[in-house]
Structures are given as C-alpha cells and as structure tokens.
Design a protein around this ligand. Structure first.
Ligand code: ASP
Length: 582
C-alpha cells in the first residue's frame, strides 16, 4: 500500500511521487492549507492538503481527526524557507497531497498520545495506544534490535538456541510456582518454569555443548517496580567449563548488548570482587560502584578505649566502621538529619566527626584518647572539611546499616553520576545460608551449584564453604547470576544431604536430572541475565513495565485482556476442579 515510510523522507527525495500510510498525529488548519503530521513506526512526515493541488483531498482533509488511519499519494517538496523543522529528521521536506483515502476512523482517545505521562492504568488498558506513542515504539524497536544482537553474538560464539518447555515440573529458584492443571491427568498439575535450569543442564548431558535461550520465566512473587510475574531471561549453559569460561562468555555478551545499545565502549574484563569484600566494604552483595564511598574499619583502634560503646564492640569482636564524605559543607542541622536518617534505616546510632583545622571536632571527641583520634585521622586519611560518619555494633548489622547509610548519603549529597554504568562481578559467594525459619541450611543460589572445595573437606564449618557462583551487578542492581554445577551424582547427593533434602524428595522433584547425571554428564555451568531489567537500565527507564510489551500490574493483572479471569463451568468440569467457598 505504500512506497515509502513516513520517517524516511529526506531532501534527496524532493520531486518524488510517494505513497504513504499511517496515523494522523496532529492536524493544523491554516485556512487555505491543511497540514497533518502523518506517523508510522519510522517517524513523522508533514503532509499538506492544498485546494490548488487537489480540491477533493483538501475538503476530505477537513474531516480528518486524531489517529485516523489514512493513505495518501503526493509529491515530496522542499519546505518553504523558514518553515523547516530541525527537530525531526524529515523536517526539511513535506508531501503535497493529491489523493487521500481514509482507511479507518478513530474514536476520541482516552488520553492524548502527546502527553508526557498519561495515567498508568489507562496506558495499560489501552496498551496499543500507549505503544503508538513514538517514545514507546522506540523502546520496542530497541528491544527487537537487542534481541538480534544477542542471537547473532551467541551463535557466533558457538551457542545453539534450544527451547525448553513451559508446561513442566517445579524448578528450584526459590519462588512460588504458577500452576497449570492437567486435563488428561486429573489431580495433576504442571508448574510453569521459574527458569529453564534443569532442562539446560540436561541439554549439556545431551551433548549440546553450548545452549542459549531467550527464555520466559514465571515466578509468583509479590511484584515491585522492577519485577514482573513473567519476565525474559537470557539463559546460557556451557559444557567442559569452569568459572572463568562462563564469566568470559557472559561478559562478551553483555559487551555486545551494551555497545550496540549505547554506542559507548565496554572495556573487558569486567572488574571482579569477592563477596566478602563487597559485604565488608559496601555492606551488600550488589554494590553500586558508580561512586566509591567505602566503609573503612577501625575496630582495632579501640581495643582499650575508655569510650564504653567502642570498647565493648571491640571486645565482643564486633565492628566499628566509618565512611568519609568529602567536599560538602554540612551544617549542624544536616548532621542531625543524617543521625535521624541512620535511625530510620534501622541503625542503633550514628556518630559524626568533622575534620577542621587539622583536628576532629564532635561531641564524641572528648571521650577518645589522643592515640585513638590520630588513629582515626590516619585510617580515614582525613583532610580539612571532611565529615566522618561512624557506626559500631555486631559486624553483620554494621555492614548492613552502614551499607544502607552509604546509599543514603550518596543520594542525598548527589555523589551518583547519573550517566555512568558501573558493571561488576561478585564472585566466591558462600554456598549456603542458614535459614532461621526452616532451621537448616539452604542453598544461596540453587541446590545444583558446585562448591569450590569438596564439601567433605570443610570439617563441619559449613559457613566457610564457597560456591562456584557469580553475579553480575550494574549500578547496584543484580542483572544476572549463575554457577558451575555439580555434575557427578555423588557431589549432588552430598549437597542434598547437607540441605536436608531427603532422597525420596530429591527423586520426586528432580529425579530426571539426577538420573541424567549418572549417564555421562559433562562438567558444566551457566548463567542467566534478566533481559528486561538490563534494557530498563540501559535505556534509563524507571519501570520494568516500560520495556515489556504487555506487562501486568502490581496485582498481577493484565488491564487490557482482563487476565486473570474466571473460566467456564465446562472448563472447570473438564479439569475436575471446584473452587472452595472460602
Ligand atoms: N537458573 C538460574 C536463575 O534463574 C541461573 C543459573 O544458575 O544459570 O537464577
């Protein structure tokens, strides 16, 4: 129906006869002439209806309304001097219309497509209108381009794209499953995959060597701004590899995505940090390294302090840590605000000190000995004007509180460079985590993750076992994670035993994987990235809903289709399902 896309017209096209199709974006009636901005996926062209060129089209153009779908024939002309629009790529030209066909009309819109921020429930209900907005269309064009880059890159890196089922059994990612009843096996249920974890491992046993999938994953969790019940993972698995190989392949992939989307260089390798260092310096396993502001420890300075709080903490092997804010003028009121903020974040107390005229100034100073003061000054390398914030207490609490306070200070004092992208690998995670609730150890990543040393060597010190696991962090957000797996049955069995998973339970849940491990499973490992989250961050958007074509609300509803909905009695009968009264 058309010979050109609206957004493609340039000066070179002047004089050409063109056929365009699209939506009427804006219409301006200037008495004699009627102008319309005609829009399609490629952009906007200005089309002009003049009675001198076509009386018929000109009078029909009077009736054009917003979002009418039209086809026009016309000639590309240079815009009269002074009327060019430098803000659009087609701004030097316009199309003089000699024929207009109205293909479809449009009812009055529930919101204006030009609005900066239409109401979100309206946007979700009329997602097709929301997506017609050029800025939204661009997001999905970029999403499509990113997927092509990913596929091309991975195929050239030796990966095969393999699909795994949606109707399957529960997978061990630790969230709640979405359940689908089976009609042919009444009383039995499928679980939608939380990830393709078991299948991708089995593909390695199947000899596929390097697998990838743009995989939809389903997790029935409480939703937040950066979470959706179904989301897309870039899922990889590789055979005959160890940690460095997976990290290498994964960072080459992220480089390809990043460079194609931002046009900026992505230097390799990505920095790596031990879990332990991340926790001790930044109080989190996903530190935002767009700014440094590390926690520095001074516990050892206060072993014999007369300042009760510090001495006690030092004696009880707790931690005394501080962060230094440089180059900001803080009033007494600012300092009080910081103390209150630390309390709100859950901290037992915040001590501040200023470094002025070569010495520390603070209500706390009088309790401290000269040696302690100079110890502080040296350890924090203080210079004039610096403000030091300190906390003391149980090590894990201090790490967590100081970590949160660090983020608070960075935001409050504008220390975060908004345009920066700080990528980081966090490695050497603990294999296990003690669950107070369940009174047993649980896997930090998932139960198939391999330990760095054989479990038998740890002599009962389970907290010290490290995992061959790695997470990629971007600006303080985990964007991907994976591990090297247990590929021999005896190692996997040792892990289940440690986790208190009984043989029968393991067989019932993952029996097919366990059986496969005993039939020539190669060493293997992999990783998965949250594709939606990566897009959201690279495009500097605030909500994951903006990068998912048809997202759900916080309550898991699709406002457009009305899902989830009821099903007919006939369907219920077929499934032999009855809903409980309460
Ligand atoms: N399946 C894991 C996840 O979704 C990733 C992996 O271990 O490869 O977190």
């Amino acid at each position: 129906m058309r010979t050109f896309y609206c957004g493609s017209l340039r000066k070179d096209d002047i004089g050409k006869e063109v056929d365009l199709c699209g939506w009427v974006f804006r219409r301006r009636d200037h008495g004699g002439l009627i102008f319309a901005d005609l829009r399609d996926v490629s952009g906007i062209a200005q089309v002009v209806f003049s009675p001198e060129i076509s009386q018929e089209s000109h009078s029909a153009a009077h009736d054009l309304k917003q979002e009418y779908v039209i086809a026009i024939k016309g000639k590309v002309a240079e815009r009269p001097a002074g009327t060019e629009n430098v803000n659009v790529p087609t701004g030097a030209v316009e199309v003089l219309v000699n024929s207009l066909t109205v293909l479809n009309t449009c009812k009055p819109l529930p919101f204006q497509l030009e609005d900066e921020e239409p109401n979100e429930s309206l946007r979700l209900k009329y997602r097709y209108l929301d997506m017609r907005r050029p800025q939204m269309q661009q997001i999905f064009v970029q999403r499509s381009q990113a997927l092509q880059v990913i596929r091309q890159h991975l195929v050239s890196d030796g990966f095969y794209e393999v699909e795994t089922p949606f109707l399957t059994k529960s997978t061990p990612e630790g969230a709640r499953d979405f359940i689908v009843p089976s009609r042919l096996n009444s009383g039995h249920f499928y679980a939608l995959p939380q990830s393709p974890q078991l299948f991708k491992q089995i593909l390695m046993v199947a000899g596929m060597d390097r697998y990838f999938q743009v995989a939809r994953c389903f997790r029935d969790e409480d939703l937040r701004a950066d979470r959706q019940p179904e989301f897309t993972q870039l899922d990889l698995e590789m055979s005959f590899v160890d940690v460095d190989d997976v990290i290498g392949a994964a960072e080459r992939l992220i480089k390809a995505i990043f460079e194609s989307m931002t046009g900026k260089p992505f230097p390799l390798p990505v920095r790596r940090m031990d879990y332990e260092e991340a926790m001790e310096k930044y109080g989190t396993d996903k530190p935002d390294l767009r700014y440094d502001l590390p926690m520095i420890e001074v516990t050892d300075v206060f072993g014999e302090s007369e300042f009760g709080v510090f001495r006690q903490v030092a004696e009880q092997k707790g931690a005394i840590k501080g962060i230094v804010l440089k180059g900001k003028q803080l009033s007494r009121k600012d300092l009080d605000t910081a103390v209150d903020a630390a309390k709100d974040l859950g901290s037992g107390g915040l001590i501040w000190m200023r470094f002025e005229g070569g010495k520390l100034v603070s209500p706390t100073v009088k309790y401290l000995k000269e040696a302690e003061l100079s110890g502080i000054q040296q350890r924090f390398a203080l210079s004039d004007g610096d403000v030091l914030f300190m906390m003391a207490g149980k090590r894990t609490d201090i790490n967590e509180m100081m970590g949160r306070f660090r983020t608070y200070i960075a935001e409050k004092y504008g220390l975060i460079p908004r345009d920066a992208f700080a990528f980081l690998w966090v490695v050497n995670f603990p294999l296990l985590e003690y669950s107070q609730e369940e009174k047993r150890y649980v896997a930090r990543h998932h139960p198939f993750t391999a330990p760095k040393q054989p479990i038998a060597n740890c002599e009962g010190d389970y907290d010290s076992i490290q995992a061959k696991a790695y997470d990629m962090v971007l600006n303080g957000v985990e964007i991907g994670g994976g591990s090297i797996r247990n590929y021999r049955m005896e190692d996997q069995a040792a892990m289940f035993k440690l986790l208190g998973i009984k043989d029968e339970v393991a067989v019932e849940q993952f029996g097919f994987l366990l059986e496969a491990l005993e039939m020539g499973a190669p060493p293997h490992g992999g990783i998965a990235f949250g594709f939606d989250r990566i897009l959201m961050m690279l495009l500097k958007l605030d909500s994951i809903r903006d990068v998912i074509p048809f997202p759900k609300t916080q309550k898991g509803a699709c406002l457009m289709s009305g899902a989830p909905g009821r099903i007919s009695q006939r369907q219920m009968n077929e499934l032999k399902i009855r809903t409980a009264k309460e």
